[in-house]
Design a protein around this ligand. Structure first.
Ligand code: FAS
Ligand code: PHB
Length: 395
């Protein structure tokens, strides 16, 4: 084994949580190393989130990674809900005294963070596979062991940030006796398609139709992202592009059908939907952030944004530790994150329940869902509740 490497914070995972944390710590003069299971290209090839809350936008800007997002991101002041053949706009800007969201793909966020990290000459060990193991995080001298380019490596550190997603090693390294987990699995998935065609509408359209949920989103004015609710047993190879476009058309209203531009998919995948929370998000000197600690159904566009606010709290806590020798932020981290996480879990569950067709709803449940949609778009109070959750609750 090579001589141990020393750093202040070892970050597991080069997704948005890990890379954003690394950037914030670097900006504060805190040394960190990121280790990533896959290659950078593999990470960038995963098509995921598309909507950033203002908090995430501000974080990227403040840590010097926001220039392209400011140029290319699309600021959206509203969304539309489509049900019973009619569209209803939720004017988020008016209902939240000026808040908005920015449409800028997770792929682009990750790319910008990777470019910044490389330009700053920071250490990122890619392609470590499943070799990572975490040790002694219940002591003041935690360490990470891994294999990189055939070499066994040890990283001695002060803290470990588990930013390695739902299937990572960090949460799995915490004894089951310490962890309490909560989970809800939804009886359907989202079939997503990315295509270089102009979006069907300038804002996102969330549709609840007899055939199931559909979402019209975008990545730019020339690249669109669409989703269809599909049965859990569906496989992506069951869906040709033509089948996708025909089903999407069937779930849209007249004007949207007229404006729909189709084209060859550049990515197509099915994502299962789940709600998941692991408590606590800290054990000794191991801190979980992002999908490593929680998962939301993507309906509320909260996944990436929750990862950003976890990292906001964790970076500030680590800065306070090193600068002011204060452990207060570290000691309150899990409680502070979970308070926000559970509000986002509630909103994501509520919006998913409202906009999707469930096999076991029944006739009464269907009428209640329709009544809730009618109430939502006709009540300023109800629309305000949707708007303030969608743009992101105050920190
Ligand atoms: P990530 O999973 O993005 O990153 C974790 C990283 O850790 C990965 O690169 C992984 O390779 C690495 N890793 C894992 N195990 C490791 C190990 N043992 N050693 C080293 N590295 C390891 N959110 C939305 O808001 N809108 C959406 O539309 C949306 N769609 C999604 C679709 C899918 C299929 C998935 C899985 C998620 C989706 N999400 C969406 C949520 C998603 O955007 C996450 O919230 C976001 O990726 C969270 O970022 P991280 O916490 O960094 O986790
Ligand atoms: C996306 O553009 O990928 C997207 C947007 C909003 C959501 C989920 C996904 O709620």
């Amino acid at each position: 084994m090579a001589n141990p490497t020393r750093t202040q914070v070892a970050i597991i995972g080069a997704g948005p949580a890990g890379l954003l944390l690394g950037q914030l710590l670097w900006k504060a003069g805190i040394d960190n190393i990121v280790v990533e299971r896959h290659s950078a290209d593999y990470v960038l090839g995963r098509i995921r989130a598309g909507v950033l809350e203002q908090v995430a936008v501000d974080m990227l800007t403040d840590c010097g990674v926001g220039a392209r997002m400011q140029r290319e991101g699309l600021v959206h002041h509203g969304i539309e809900l489509l049900f019973k053949g009619a569209r209803h706009r939720i004017d988020m800007q008016a209902l939240t005294s000026g808040s908005s969201v920015t449409v800028y793909g997770q792929t682009e966020v990750t790319h910008d963070l990777m470019d910044a990290r490389q330009a700053q000459g920071l250490t990122t060990l890619y392609d470590v596979g499943d070799s990572v193991s975490l040790h002694d995080f219940d002591s003041a001298h935690p360490m990470v062991r891994l294999t990189h380019q055939g070499q066994s490596r040890q990283i001695d550190c002060d803290f470990i940030a588990g930013c390695d997603g739902f299937h990572g090693i960090s949460r799995a390294s915490m004894p089951a006796s310490v962890l309490k987990t909560y989970e809800k699995i939804y009886p359907f998935g989202w079939l997503g398609l990315l295509a270089d065609v102009p979006p069907v509408s300038p804002e996102l359209i969330y549709a609840n139709t007899e055939r199931g949920f559909a979402l019209c989103s975008m990545r730019s004015r020339t690249r669109s992202r669409y989703y269809l609710q599909v049965p859990l047993q569906d496989r992506v190879e069951d869906w040709s592009d033509a089948a996708f476009w025909n089903e999407l058309r069937a779930r849209l209203d007249g004007p949207a059908r007229e404006h729909l531009v189709t084209g060859p998919s550049i990515e197509k995948s099915i994502a299962p939907l789940r709600s998941f929370v692991a408590e606590p998000m800290r054990l000794g000197r191991l801190f979980l952030a992002g999908d490593a600690a929680h998962i939301v159904p993507p309906t509320g566009a909260k996944g990436l944004n929750l990862a950003a606010t976890d990292v906001k709290y964790l970076s500030q806590a680590l800065i306070d530790h090193y600068r002011d020798k204060s452990s207060k932020g570290l000691d309150l981290y899990s409680e502070k994150c979970l308070s926000r996480v559970w509000k986002a879990e509630r909103f994501s569950w509520w919006f998913t329940s409202l906009m999707h067709r469930f096999p076991d709803t029944g006739e009464f449940g269907q009428k209640v869902q329709e009544a809730e949609l009618e109430y939502l778009v006709s009540s300023r109070a109800a629309s305000t509740a949707l708007a303030e959750n969608y743009v992101g609750l105050p920190l």
